[in-house]
Design a protein around this ligand. Structure first.
Ligand code: TXA
Ligand code: MG
Length: 348
């Protein structure tokens, strides 16, 4: 990590599959208990974990990620019992919250709730609210149970960069900055959790989507009126949702309303981030691409595209291109979360 003055000489990877799981879980939990930070798998993306009650450990997360301290972290609870340690449940929305938690936890749904005093201000960037979820990943859950305390964990990438969906991707982001990566293979969902805030509403409860993700608008509609927010944090103009560039590869990524809008500059190398390598979509035959990578080769299924998105973005970023052109996917269901990440990755 060229110029990073971090305290850690080398980053170790340990495996947490099958027979190795128990010892990996114990080692990760012991490091967390000692105030260290560890990269751990979740069902969405790899997270960079710290004991959520330990402000010094949480500070190391911000430092390793070079994350500005105005960008709050997600707190992961290991059991429903831990919820009251980190957040309070407003009475007026309690029935809706409980129903949503019963339906989607453990899983990729994060709730923004009033925080308790036990959560250090650094975790929430001084906000009175905390983002909480319960991960469904068995290794993550094992570590949380062994630690016996909630875990603060943002995605394990450097700030503004692509979220890692494998241990090797974490290594590329954080080698030399953290002591340990727990490797449990590729993440199931591949996109960060859906973040919501629930409000009483006039007739029906309102579910505000602050970040689209694996739990879709349609799934949430059974529980209230769903509103997709443009801004992620209320009352915080400098908050992450305002940052135009997020999840960004180093190579400029371009998106067009229609394929014909693409006007290549002569002599430049362009790569195509294709949805399913479908010539009918108009992009494949548009140009003599230096590289083509498909999100969902052949089948064109959104879940597969979501799982592969960040991986494919990394592959293209490492291909020595001048530009990446991303073919849009349909902006519905899981496609909303994919399009959200593509728009934030694009340079315009
Ligand atoms: O799937 C996920 O959510 C992954 C895994 C590791 O759990 N985590 C993740 O964390 O994506 P991170 O830090 O990369 O994104 C968390 C985002 C922040 O950027 C912020 O926008 C939002 O959560 N957030 C955190 N606290 C918030 C709060 N109090 N109010 C509104 N948004 C909040
Ligand atoms: Mg992130």
């Amino acid at each position: 990590m060229d110029d990073y003055p971090g305290p850690v000489p080398g980053t170790r990877i340990i495996h947490a599959q099958d027979d190795d799981m128990k010892s990996a879980v114990r080692e990760a939990a012991a490091l967390l208990a000692s105030g260290e930070i560890v990269a751990v798998p979740t069902e969405t993306v790899y997270g960079l974990a710290a004991d959520a009650f330990n402000a010094e450990a949480v500070a190391k997360v911000y430092e390793a990620k070079e994350r500005p301290s105005f960008d709050p972290l997600i707190v992961h609870i290991a059991s429903a019992r831990q919820l009251e340690d980190v957040a309070t449940i407003p009475a007026e929305v309690e029935p809706t919250l409980r129903k949503l938690m019963a339906a989607f936890w453990p899983g990729p749904l994060t709730f923004v709730l009033p925080k308790t005093d036990r959560i250090p201000d650094l975790v929430t960037s001084g906000h009175p609210t905390v983002a909480v979820r319960q991960s469904a990943h068995k290794v993550f859950r094992g570590i949380g149970k062994e630690l016996g305390r909630p875990i603060a964990a943002p995605s394990a990438n450097r700030f503004g960069r692509i979220s890692p969906t494998s241990a090797s991707a974490v290594m590329k982001e954080l080698d030399g900055r953290i002591p340990l990566i727990v490797d449990a293979g590729a993440c199931r969902d591949g996109l960060e959790s859906t973040i919501i805030r629930v409000e009483p509403g006039e007739k029906r409860p309102e579910i505000h989507i602050l970040r689209p993700g694996p739990v879709t608008k349609k799934e949430l509609q059974n529980f209230g009126r769903v509103i997709v927010e443009k801004k992620r944090l209320i009352d915080a103009p400098e908050a992450p949702g305002q940052l135009a560039s997020h999840y960004a590869p180093r190579t400029p990524l371009l998106m067009f309303d229609k394929p014909e809008d693409f006007q290549p500059e002569p002599g430049k190398r362009y790569g195509l981030l294709s949805y399913k390598e479908d010539p009918k979509a108009g992009y494949l035959k548009l140009h003599d691409w230096a590289v083509v990578e498909a999100l969902s080769p052949g089948s064109g299924k959104l879940p597969e595209a979501a799982v592969r998105l960040f991986h494919v973005m990394r592959v293209l970023d490492e291909a020595g291109l001048d530009f990446i052109v991303a073919e849009p996917v349909s902006d519905t269901g899981l496609g909303q979360a994919i399009m959200d990440r593509l728009r934030r990755a694009s340079t315009d």
